[in-house]
Design a protein around this ligand. Structure first.
Ligand SMILES: *Cc1c(COP(=O)(O)O)cnc(C)c1O
Length: 229
């Protein structure tokens, strides 16, 4: 087996173990392989090992990979910060966007989503750690933003996403995930049919699954340390 196939197997085992501890079925948690900075050869290695969905953070890099891999039937998720002047290529090429943080970006994605494609699956990103530097709407804005996004015809609102501040201790990791889960439960109780909690990365996927993650976004534990040079 290749290193990437080995790593995928190890991550899948971590997910299964965390799900079992939480009393959940492992197939309630999807693994999104975060392939930013990695070449298509690595993505194909993962795809050959059965991985079907990939996450990208940079618009141009993602669009280039999607175009070059057309025919491989991969599913592509945009998970990075999205400026409103870069929405068109995302609306035209990606299957999902996890990082909706304001209505203007959502409105543009909806208007620019081609009619020959199904609605773009989206999550609203919420800042549950409270740092000024991280993107995402404020927790108290999430419900209103979700309601507005749910009404846009080119989009299908699926749920919420968060990227908490990295911490080592699993109990501390769980706190922001629990906050996101509480917001999710509130919005569902208000009548919006959300089915996705996108939370958890290489270092904290166990904590996220314990708090209800349905998609974990994992890069380093599959592909190795990224080199941005
Ligand atoms: C890079 C990235 C990930 C993956 O992080 P790892 O620590 O490499 O698993 C997940 N989500 C987002 C939004 C990212 O930018």
């Amino acid at each position: 087996m290749s290193a990437i196939a080995d790593n995928l197997q190890a991550v899948t085992a971590r997910i299964a173990c965390a799900a079992e501890l939480a009393g959940r079925s492992p197939d309630t948690v999807r693994l999104l392989a975060v392939s930013k900075t990695w070449p298509l050869s690595c993505i194909y290695e993962a795809a050959d090992a059965g991985q079907g969905c990939f996450g990208e953070n940079y618009v141009q890099e993602g669009v280039d990979k999607i175009a070059a891999s057309a025919g491989h039937k991969l599913e592509w998720h945009f998970i990075g910060p999205l400026q409103s002047n870069k929405t068109r290529p995302v609306a035209e090429h990606f299957d999902w966007v996890h990082s909706i943080n304001r209505l203007k970006v959502a409105e543009r994605l909806s208007a620019q989503r081609p009619a020959y494609l199904p609605p773009l699956n989206v999550c609203v990103q919420v800042n549950v750690s409270g740092e000024a530097s991280k993107s995402g709407c404020q927790p108290e804005e999430a419900t209103a933003l979700c309601r507005a996004v749910a009404s846009l015809p080119g989009l299908r609102l699926r749920g919420l996403m968060a990227i908490p501040e990295p911490v080592d201790d699993e109990a501390a990791q769980r706190t922001p995930f629990r906050r996101l889960r509480a917001i999710y439960d509130d919005i569902r109780a208000g009548g919006l049919p959300l089915d996705t909690l996108s939370m958890g990365m290489s270092h904290d996927l166990e904590a996220a699954i314990a708090e209800g993650a349905t998609i974990v976004r994992v890069g380093t534990a599959i592909f190795g340390e990224r080199n941005y040079a």
